[in-house]
Design a protein around this ligand. Structure first.
Ligand SMILES: *Cc1c(COP(=O)(O)O)cnc(C)c1O
Length: 411
């Protein structure tokens, strides 16, 4: 440490010296957040257009969510599932009602929801579909992102995600995303599930062809295979719908939720499905010390309360209306430093002209202009502001992008 160090550099150095180097964050050290805005250790303000990879769909410290957390913090925080708690039942009932499925399996992180969904699908395959022992196969899509556990990275097509972590869990088949013929061809009598994201988030907000999810549904129905939708990032309002799959006019058998379910306050994830599927789990066969804890359930109930307001002033309507503004404003930049824009709702992947700079360089330029985004896959930056963002704030973010691209172009 030297006297010349800024507060940002001092904090970065501590992290660099003492934490694992599994991230390469932008040079911004945040100390406070309210709504769509955060303040850093130097007192600079930023519009948060990443929103914790959609974990902060309702913004930083949404008053109703913080109040729910405080109320529960003063009553009871953890029981383990060895005993009951008075928040678990209402949380499961309210989530199953919102999703329209019979049962909820509460977990903590998104990866745990995915792992749990895979376990349940295999067991359903053996007990309900009648697949022979240890033969179950699950089809996944190339380019997908489902978390960081060994099983999950084992079927990842990202060399960084899987390299050096083998040997991997067998039983997965990878097909191109958006390709129904390839999916149909990969199905065998041992296939128990198809796991896909309705929109591939980490891949750069990749929206599949319009008929894709309905096609997945049809293939699953014809072969008696579970359609497992990983809505950890796409769900709970991001696309303007509770579930992106439903927004696309179809329905999955199993929904995996996480990120925004915990209101940006704590980790809370869930597997949501009908009794035929989740009913395969009996006592002792799956669990989690923190899964279904009363503090997380109380916050989750407040999140569900915000989502249940499907009216014109609710968060879903806001995401649809503001999403259209965001997509239209970003589309104007195509040909002006932007090669392509993809998106759904308040969620956009922007491919910048690689000649202007990497996605990282664009993200750094945006941060200097007070807008936080994160690059992905080389020259893509992703915009996923909280659903409480305003139209003016979207304008501020897109203007900052236009100026950053002009700056990188030397104009
Ligand atoms: C983030 C994410 C996960 C993993 O969630 P964690 O809470 O980081 O474990 C799984 N699936 C999708 C689609 C995600 O975006």
């Amino acid at each position: 440490m030297t006297l010349m160090q800024s507060a940002t550099e001092m904090h970065e150095e501590l992290v660099h010296e003492h934490s694992a180097h599994n991230y390469h964050p932008l040079p911004v050290v945040v100390v406070e957040g309210t709504g769509a805005w955060v303040t850093d250790v130097e007192g600079r303000h930023y519009l948060d257009c990443l929103a914790g990879y959609s974990a902060l769909n309702f913004g930083h410290r949404h008053p109703e969510l913080v109040a729910a957390a405080h109320r529960q913090l003063d009553r009871l925080t953890l029981t383990s599932r060895a005993f009951g708690n008075d928040q678990l039942g209402p949380f499961c009932a309210e989530l199953s009602a919102l999703v329209g499925k019979q049962r909820v399996l509460p977990m903590n992180t998104g990866a745990e929801a995915v792992e749990s969904g895979l376990k349940v699908a295999r067991k359903w395959g053996y007990e309900v579909k009648g697949v022979r022992e240890d033969r179950a196969r699950i089809i996944v899509a190339a380019g997908g992102f489902h978390g960081r556990t060994i099983s999950i990275v084992g079927f990842s097509t990202d060399p960084d995600a899987r390299g050096g972590f083998g040997p991997f869990t067998p039983g997965f088949d990878v097909v191109p995303y958006g390709d129904l013929d390839a999916l149909a061809a990969a199905v065998t009598p041992d296939t128990v599930a198809v796991l896909v994201e309705p929109v591939q988030g980490e891949a750069g907000v990749v929206v599949p062809p319009a008929d894709y999810l309905a096609g997945v549904r049809a293939i699953c129905d014809a072969a008696r295979v579970l359609f497992v939708a990983d809505e950890v990032q796409s769900g709970l309002g991001r696309t303007g719908h509770v579930l992106a799959t439903r927004g696309a006019g179809t329905d999955a058998d199993v929904y995996l939720l996480g990120k925004a379910l915990g209101g940006g306050i704590l980790p809370l994830s869930a597997v949501v499905a009908d009794d035929e599927v989740l009913g395969v789990l009996r006592p002792g066969q799956h669990g989690s010390t923190f899964g279904g804890n009363p503090l997380a359930c109380a916050v989750g109930r407040a999140v569900l309360g915000l989502l249940a307001d499907g009216g014109p002033h609710g968060v879903l309507a806001a995401a649809r209306r503001l999403g259209a503004v965001l997509q239209a404003r970003l589309a104007e930049l195509v040909g002006h430093g932007v090669v392509a824009v993809r998106g759904a709702g308040l969620w956009a992947g922007v491919d910048v002209d690689p000649r202007l700079g990497s996605g990282r360089a664009v993200s750094e330029a945006l941060a200097r202009r007070g807008v936080l985004v994160k690059d992905t896959h080389g020259s893509t930056v992703r915009f996923s502001p909280p659903l409480v963002v305003t139209e003016d704030e979207i304008g501020f973010a897109v203007d900052a992008l236009a100026r950053s691209l002009a700056e990188l172009a030397g104009r």
